[in-house]
Design a protein around this ligand. Structure first.
Ligand code: MG
Length: 482
């Protein structure tokens, strides 16, 4: 009898452990978020790229979902990353543009990053790559939820060796490990190794943390200029150095997918891939392609902000799905919160849970009424609701001529008037239909007015009542070189 009782007890314990393990696995998927820099809407094979191949990214699309209308939060680096990591429009957090080496501000300590969100559920968190939310210690990834960090604190062209840099305009470019500078003067040769080094960090992190839930944020410095690729990828494509760089990023994705397979983690890992903003078109053959979209980085035309987005989670996200509903980086934080049962921050955020879109549930719709407020710096330049995009009068930088082999071409500042486009019919924003739809113009102007009142608008000189202050550096503690 006692033996039978013991046997039953053992069976109950084993069953409980197994069930808990399964439940735990379902509730706390690993998350790998890969964020490219200045990669365009047309830059992946599965989005029509030519001259090079992206078999591993295409595999992600084949085994998961591909979005056709996915947006970054702004058409430039720091602002875009703020949106991705906090679920807020960057304007709400007082972070605009691209923070340079002289910036004395960064992400405020009171904000909640995606890393801090998943920490609620005991995730291991790591990051490799470009941070760009403040390079002084209080703003570094290790102060904002990441257990470990390796990478550049800001853009790789904020660099005294850049052909366009005026003498004295930039200090040497540092490479960080956690809060220490491990290379105080990154060289062109060092830039060639960034993609490989970041990837090694990702693989090591996955290996080290394979037995607990983890979140790894891989924010590639490439394909932002100046381009750099490892020896083995140089000359590997038919599209010059830009193609080589993309093929190395693609191989890095492949190595991560292989590592997940090797460790038996594929079924329990959500892998996502997207980019911070569109291609830097003035760099000509060193820039990517926005495909059918108008213009690129630095503008709020679709080419500046609409990005490839791929997500794979076998068994949860159907394989080979294509999602045409709009979605945006600010929605990822609340979506992850929903998936893992984490609490959202107490302060307001702008993103909404888009799991029904990621899971490709029948009839799922984007949950936002006015979907996208296209801010550029502090300017509210356009608004989207459904298929309708209303461009508000502003000065845009339009491509005048394209550069070559790392030297940029020129822009021309051009006044753009109020105009309405139906993005379902006119992806390239070619035909203004405002005169035919005055009621839609009025409705979208109403949304714009609400956004101005909440988040401000420098075009109409409005201050937003819902804007929070960025973090300011009060007492400088300079990072120490090794
Ligand atoms: Mg960028």
């Amino acid at each position: 009898m006692n033996a039978l009782r013991r046997l039953l007890l053992v069976l109950v314990i084993v069953g409980t452990v197994c069930c808990t393990s399964r439940l735990s696995a379902a509730e706390t998927p690993n998350i790998v978020l890969i964020f490219a820099d200045d990669l365009g809407y047309g830059d992946l094979g599965c989005y029509g790229a030519k001259g090079y191949t992206t078999p591993n990214l295409d595999r992600l699309a084949r085994e998961g979902i591909r979005f056709t209308s996915f947006y970054s939060a702004q058409p430039v680096c720091s602002a875009s990353r703020t949106g991705l990591l906090t679920g807020c429009y960057p304007n709400r957090l007082g972070i605009h543009g691209a923070l340079g080496p002289n910036a004395k501000h960064g992400i405020a300590s009171g904000e909640m990053t995606l890393a801090e969100l998943v920490k609620q559920k005991g995730y291991a968190t790591g990051m490799a790559g470009k941070w760009h939310l403040g390079h002084h210690p209080p703003f570094l990834p290790t102060r904002h939820g990441f257990d470990e960090y390796f990478g550049l604190p800001y853009s790789n062209d904020m660099w005294p060796r850049h052909p366009e840099a005026k003498p004295g305009s930039y200090p040497p470019l540092p490479l960080f490990e956690n809060e220490r500078i491990v290379n105080a003067d990154v060289t062109a040769e060092d830039q060639n190794h960034l993609t490989a080094q970041y990837s090694e960090r990702a693989l090591h992190f996955i290996e080290t943390n394979k037995n607990r839930p983890f979140f790894f944020y891989l924010a590639h410095s490439m394909p932002h200029v100046p381009l750099g690729a490892s020896e083995r990828f140089r000359g590997s494509s038919d599209a010059g150095l830009y193609g080589d760089v993309i093929q190395e990023i693609d191989a890095s994705v492949g190595a991560i997918l292989d590592a997940l397979d090797k460790h038996g983690l594929t079924e329990n890992t959500l892998v996502m891939f997207t980019s911070d903003n569109g291609p830097w078109l003035s760099y000509g053959n060193h820039a990517g392609s926005a495909g059918p979209l108008r213009e690129g980085k630095g503008t709020t035309f679709e080419g500046g902000v609409r990005e490839p987005f791929l997500a794979r989670w076998p068994g949860k996200i159907p394989a080979g799905a294509v999602q045409n509903e709009p979605a945006m980086t600010i929605d990822l934080l609340p979506t992850v919160a929903h998936l893992i049962g984490a609490e959202l921050p107490k302060h307001p955020i702008d993103g909404l849970d888009i799991w029904p879109l990621l899971a490709n549930q029948p009839g799922a719709k984007n949950p936002h009424e006015a979907y996208y407020f296209y801010y550029n710096l502090g300017e509210l330049q356009a608004v989207r609701s459904g298929p309708w995009k209303l461009i508000l009068p502003h000065t845009a930088r339009l491509i005048q001529d394209r550069g070559h082999d790392g030297a940029p071409g020129k822009y021309k500042a051009t006044m753009v008037g109020q105009s309405l486009y139906n993005l379902d019919d006119d992806l390239g924003e070619t035909t203004d239909v405002a005169a035919r739809h005055p009621e839609i113009v009025e409705r979208l102007l109403g949304y714009a007015e609400k956004a101005r009142s909440d988040m401000g608008d420098s075009l109409t000189k409005r201050k937003g009542s819902g804007v929070r202050a960025a973090g300011e550096l009060h007492s400088s503690s300079t990072p120490q070189a090794k």
